[in-house]
Design a protein around this ligand. Structure first.
Ligand code: S5P
Length: 457
């Protein structure tokens, strides 16, 4: 079957339609493609498989996958024809048993070619790649049957992937017009529609005032180093600040681990913050229902709301926790834990996406996200999905990659920042050094240089 015959067959079975269709987003589209029924037409199925085989047979890959559901049966036929192993990803992440989310046999480092039916914007393809990359599989190429996007290849290219397509929307409309199956006006309408999609309306980007405050302080102090001062006595706490306070843009506290906390602690901390010119961030990780976190933030011994401009929040209880925390309080904002650094943590991709959704709805309450990643690429993809201009704060950073005995995982200063960390959060890397002052200087210098270089790119 030729490409032209294939398109005409698709039109015949109603898989490609031109008219006026209201999409889920509310937009009215002049065309509608749905390739799901292709599998029930053996001649068409055979046709698309042959065309795909021809397209990819000389490409460099070890395994093939298809994105469920539409592309999976197609990918399995292609894999069999090319004598290449097929693998696929569960649609729901598995939370029990062996935890294997990829079905099929593969070796770590295998290059995987991903088949899908359509590409619209390219925005969702990297989620697929990310899932495989987490399992040690390398994804570089995507092959789609129809590219109906205006700039999908460009979008994927930005994320580090290459898009190949059997047929483009332009080819389809041209062919159908030649065959008198659609009018010239329709073709124009389609073109206008796709160009309008590729040019999102330019909006002034909202910047949370506390995000701005942090960015300003970073530039003023030429530091993106956040010290995690995890010590258990006031004496140690302030002795350490004497050594490193000048190097940091922000101090992260766990106030509840200080054995001899008393009413002198906060005023003294504030005096240091003013003198050494840093911001205060209490890493309290609020996670309860709105009414409870409201009190945990304002009341009790620590009265965190009185002195910490930035706090951490787990979104596990739902986004109304933000209302509970901040209602009636000004000049305070959250860093939402969208990913964690600890081994085996339960924050999966769906959870991360929900954190972004919650922030999108409450931009005035969220200054940034806490996140981590296992490589520069991994962090880049995570950061690319931030809903607005939030900052990425990254713990689990040391001079060398590694881990501790209690699940903490470290990546290097440069990997963190090149990937997208705006600030690095460092605890033991500095606290346990022989000369914490000198070590803080070194972390500060390396992180700041990496940050400047990233911004130049
Ligand atoms: O995912 C996370 C989130 C946070 S806020 N992983 C983390 O390690 N943290 C915090 O960063 C953690 O509570 C600790 O205070 C700091 C890392 O300390 P380090 O000694 O391992 O550098």
């Amino acid at each position: 079957m030729t490409k032209e015959q294939f398109v005409l067959e698709l039109e015949k079975i109603g898989a490609i339609k031109f008219g006026s269709f209201t999409l889920k987003s509310g937009l009215v589209s002049p065309f509608y493609f749905d390739l799901r029924d292709m599998i029930s037409h053996p001649a068409i199925l055979e046709g698309v498989v042959d065309l795909l085989v021809e397209k990819i047979k000389d490409m460099d890959f070890d395994v093939i996958t298809g994105i469920p559901y539409t592309a999976l049966p197609i990918a399995s036929l292609v894999a069999a024809k090319l004598r290449k192993p097929l693998i696929y990803m569960r649609k729901e992440e598995k939370a029990y048993g062996t935890g294997n989310n990829v079905i099929g046999k593969f070796t770590k480092g295998a290059k995987c070619l991903v088949i899908d039916d359509l590409i619209t914007t390219g925005a969702s393809k990297n989620e697929t790649a990310e899932g495989y990359e987490k399992e040690g599989i390398i994804v570089k190429d995507f092959v789609v049957v129809i590219d109906r996007s205006a700039n999908g290849a460009e979008e994927l290219g930005r994320q580090g992937y290459k898009l190949h397509s059997l047929i483009s929307l332009e080819e389809i409309v041209n062919l159908l017009q030649v065959k008198d199956l659609i009018t010239y006006e329709k073709v124009q309408e389609v073109r206008e529609f796709t160009t309008s999609l590729s040019k999102p309306a330019k909006k002034e980007k909202y910047v949370n005032p506390l995000t701005q405050k942090l960015l300003d302080k970073m530039n003023e102090k030429k530091s993106n180093l956040v010290l995690s001062l995890d010590v258990t006595s006031q004496a140690e706490f302030f002795a350490m600040l004497d050594k490193v306070g000048e190097q940091i843009v922000m101090l992260k506290t766990h106030v509840d681990i200080i054995d001899d906390y008393d009413e002198n602690f906060v005023p003294k901390l504030q005096e240091y913050a003013k003198r050494q010119n840093f911001l205060i961030f209490e890493d309290r990780k609020f996670a309860d229902i709105g009414n409870t976190v409201r009190h945990q933030f304002r009341n009790g011994i620590y009265k965190i709301a009185d002195w910490a401009e930035y706090i951490t929040v787990h979104m596990v209880a739902g986004e109304l926790i933000l209302k509970g925390l901040f209602e009636g309080i000004e000049n305070r904002a959250a860093f939402v834990l969208a990913r964690m650094s600890s081994k085996g943590n339960l924050l999966n991709e769906t959870y991360t996406r929900k954190c972004f959704d919650a922030a999108k709805k409450n931009p005035q309450l969220v200054a940034g996200f806490i996140g981590h990643g296992n490589s520069v690429e991994d962090i880049k993809r995570f950061k690319a999905k931030f809903p607005g201009s939030e900052v990425l704060m990254m713990p689990g950073v040391k001079k060398e990659k590694g881990s501790d005995a209690m699940g903490q995982q470290y990546i290097t200063i440069e990997d963190a920042v090149v990937g997208g960390a705006d600030c690095i959060i460092v605890g033991r890397g500095i606290l346990k050094a022989e000369d914490p002052g000198a070590e803080a200087k070194l972390y500060r210098k390396r992180a700041w240089i990496a940050y400047q270089e990233r911004k130049l790119k």
